[in-house]
Ligand binder design. Structure first.
Ligand code: ZN
Length: 214
């Protein structure tokens, strides 16, 4: 019944993961951990281990490189994700996609709800589905509620690309992959996207591949 003992396997697993140092191995689609709902974070790791875990997520996201990473993607079933986007894209693309630099953030127990009814559709990918991208129509604006790594409440409106990242990462914590929401006729290898579909919007791809945009 002791809470410490209940949580021992999780903390041991995280300690083990972190012991190697450096970026953590990223779990790929097909692993059940990516399909299960996560446990809300309620201090299970303790402040010191949480800080080390968050730092490892940051390092892993940078190394990938990616703009977001959720705990299940490193095999940990906790409701925690990180995001950061330096937005290193040409101005035309940044403008069309509403992609603006985002500072590093830790999302603990995040949830989102749409603001308004507008949707935006763009190619996106996932570190757990390497090599592929697909067009996902997502809420153009969402309200995110979460806590930061110190337990301080976050309540913020996100629009454009940051709204997409927030939805993608929070979905991971509910066992949802972006492919569940994608139009699969848009499914393209990274090579095909680079060669053919690097336009600011996916209109040309929609016409050529036969999928609909909102
Ligand atoms: Zn992902």
């Amino acid at each position: 019944m002791a809470p410490d003992r209940d949580h021992a396997p999780l903390t041991e697993r995280v300690e083990e993961l972190l012991a190697a140092g450096g970026p953590l191995p990223i779990v790929a689609a097909g692993r059940p951990v990516l399909r299960r709902a996560t446990e809300p974070y309620d201090g299970q790791l303790g402040p010191a281990l949480l800080a080390r875990f968050v730092e490892a997520l940051r390092l892993t996201m940078h190394a990938a490189p990616g703009v977001g990473l959720a705990a299940p993607q490193v095999g940990v079933e906790l409701r925690i994700a990180v995001l950061e986007d330096p937005a290193p894209v040409p101005e035309e693309i940044a403008a069309a996609r509403g992609r603006r630099p985002q500072p590093f953030r830790v999302l603990v127990n995040p949830s989102y709800e749409p603001v308004g009814t507008a949707r935006a559709a763009f190619f996106e990918g996932c570190l757990s589905v390497p090599g592929w991208q697909a067009v996902v129509a997502r809420h153009a604006e969402v309200r995110l509620r979460a806590e930061d790594e110190h337990g301080r409440p976050l309540d913020e409106i996100f629009t454009g690309w940051p709204a997409r990242i927030v939805q993608h990462e929070t979905d991971h914590l509910d066992g949802v992959l972006y492919l569940d929401r994608a139009d699969l006729r848009s499914l393209s290898t990274n090579e095909a996207v680079a060669a053919l579909w690097s336009q600011p919007s996916p209109e040309t791809a929609a016409e050529a591949l036969g999928f609909r945009l909102p």
